[in-house]
Ligand binder design. Structure first.
Ligand SMILES: Nc1nc2c(ncn2[C@@H]2O[C@H](COP(=O)(O)OP(=O)(O)OP(=O)(O)O)[C@@H](O)[C@H]2O)c(=O)[nH]1
Ligand SMILES: [Mg+2]
Length: 388
């Protein structure tokens, strides 16, 4: 499906940038427009693939291009005030060509956390296309303010979008990497998954037509109904057959064993679902799901997808499980993507809320205490007078 991407804040901008790199490299042609919005000038300058006029600096009058320093209420206010500048950049996007908007942001900071829900609400008011969010949760080691920001933003963002897709940094961080190297690796993981999801259903003229190709309406229907969604992914390397003549077949002429093809798909479906999800959660209690099997057409078969789909129905307890394939060559893999739409059993979200409520109380107490202590500190028992 065709998307307009809006990256908000530093994480949002970087993920959109990575998406553009993927789109060009994979020849997916999914991105029809992309902008990055930030309150920090330096962060916008750090973007590689977006042309300068697609990078929108907001809040210049308020924060002089220095960012909002994790104050997400300020981030939201600035986005409200400068919404016309954002709209000005969107006027350059061929909206009649897109199927949906995707607003991307890290929810722990100030700009993305505060501005992304404001921008989503604006888009929904102006356009009829669905507006999806991609929200990134902070690591638990980032501290109280990031957790509090993320919990408040998550609650707000989910109400402003047609569906909120979530990636949890905490579940994905590795030890022994610098923060920056770590983020770059995470951003590639994010884009690999969302790239397959949104490229499925974009089968081009002249490319291989699969047995039951996923259509963008199936992605839209899985995301319809709202809530929070998560993605699972698994892949395995395969030998890509040489294409010879009109029919594609192995250069040696050997046929693929269909039982093996089926089993490969069903085992990948299990791995994708039961492995690490972008937002870890319990699979049961999922409202809708979509299964996408990507790979060279020789490795895709209806039976594998049907088995996988049935298994997903049992696991999720959902009666709305869609499935299809996404024929693609050149990756040397068979990959399975599982989209769980409208998940309800998410311990991480409960935990995030709990920690945020505690942080909110602590911050309140600390502020009160330090105000008292400061009053004590400056108290001279009326012996000293102020200058004026
Ligand atoms: N996956 C991923 N997460 C990131 C990246 N950069 C930052 N984050 C996460 O996103 C959160 C917000 O950070 P930023 O995007 O830098 O914040 P911002 O929206 O620019 O807001 P301010 O800097 O406070 O104005 C952080 O708490 C991290 O959890 C990134 O490149 N990739
Ligand atoms: Mg920033």
């Amino acid at each position: 499906m065709k998307l307009a991407l809006i990256g908000v804040g530093q994480a949002g901008g970087k993920v959109v940038d990575e998406f553009l790199a993927y789109d060009a490299q994979a020849g997916a042609d999914v991105v029809r427009g992309a902008i990055a919005v930030n309150t920090a000038k330096a962060d916008l300058e750090g973007i590689d693939h977006l042309p300068p006029d697609h990078r929108i600096l907001i809040g210049q009058a308020r924060v002089k291009g220095h960012g909002v320093g994790a104050d997400n209420e300020l981030g939201a206010e600035i986005a409200e005030e400068d919404v016309d500048e954002i709209q000005g950049a969107l006027d350059g996007v061929p909206v009649h060509e897109i199927d949906a908007f995707l607003v991307v942001a890290g929810l722990g900071g100030g700009t993305g956390s505060g501005a992304a829900p404001v921008i989503a609400r604006h888009l929904k008011r102006i356009y009829t296309e669905p507006v999806y969010g991609l929200g990134i949760l902070p690591g638990t080691d980032e501290g109280g303010i990031y957790t509090l920001n993320a919990a408040r933003s998550l609650k707000t963002f989910v109400d402003e979008v047609n569906n909120l897709l979530v990636f949890d940094n905490d579940a994905w961080r590795k030890t022994g990497e610098s923060v920056q190297e770590g983020y770059d690796a995470l951003n590639r993981e994010i884009v690999k998954r969302f790239g397959v999801l949104f490229s499925a259903g974009e089968v081009h003229e002249g490319s291989d037509v699969g047995e039951s190709v996923v259509d963008s309406s199936e992605i839209i229907n899985t995301l319809a109904g709202g809530g929070i969604s998560t993605l699972g992914y698994a892949e395995v390397e395969v030998d890509e057959p040489e294409r010879s003549g009109l029919l594609s077949r192995f250069s040696g002429g050997s046929e693929l064993d269909s039982t093996e093809t089926t089993n490969r798909i069903t085992s990948l479906v299990r791995k994708a679902t039961l492995g690490r999800l972008t937002l870890p959660c319990e699979v049961n209690g999922t409202e809708r799901a979509l299964l996408v099997v990507a790979g060279p057409p020789e490795y895709l078969n209806r039976k594998g997808i049907e088995h996988g789909r049935k298994w997903l129905e049992e696991q999720t307890g959902s009666m709305e499980v869609r499935g299809g394939d996404y024929p693609r060559r050149g990756e040397g893999t068979v990959a399975v993507l599982v989209l769980l739409g409208g998940v309800t059993n998410v311990p991480r979200v409960k935990e995030l809320q709990q920690v945020a409520i505690e942080a909110q109380e602590n911050i309140g107490e600390i502020t009160e205490e330090s105000e008292e202590r400061f009053t004590d500190l400056m108290d001279s028992d009326g012996e000293l007078e102020s200058l004026f």
